[in-house]
Design a protein around this ligand. Sequence first.
Ligand code: SF4
Length: 72
Amino acid sequence: MYKIDKEKCLGCGGCTITCPKGLNIGDDSRAQVIDEEELIRAGGDNVCPYGAIVLEDDEIIDEEDEEEKSSY
Ligand code: SF4
């Protein structure tokens, strides 16, 4: 799952130009992910030149665990 590292995000808005359906600038003047599928299509973490878009592997593992549990 992609997240914005609020410490690294400059609020420049570059990512919202590259991927307007996937990201916008929130009330905190930092980017926020609004549609992860769109963000993935646009290039995922490559959309931000400052490394502020990060992929959080832990949550993907958690989701896989939940899928396994629900299949029993
Ligand atoms: S995520 Fe990157 S490109 Fe988007 S506003 Fe923040 S610093 Fe700019």
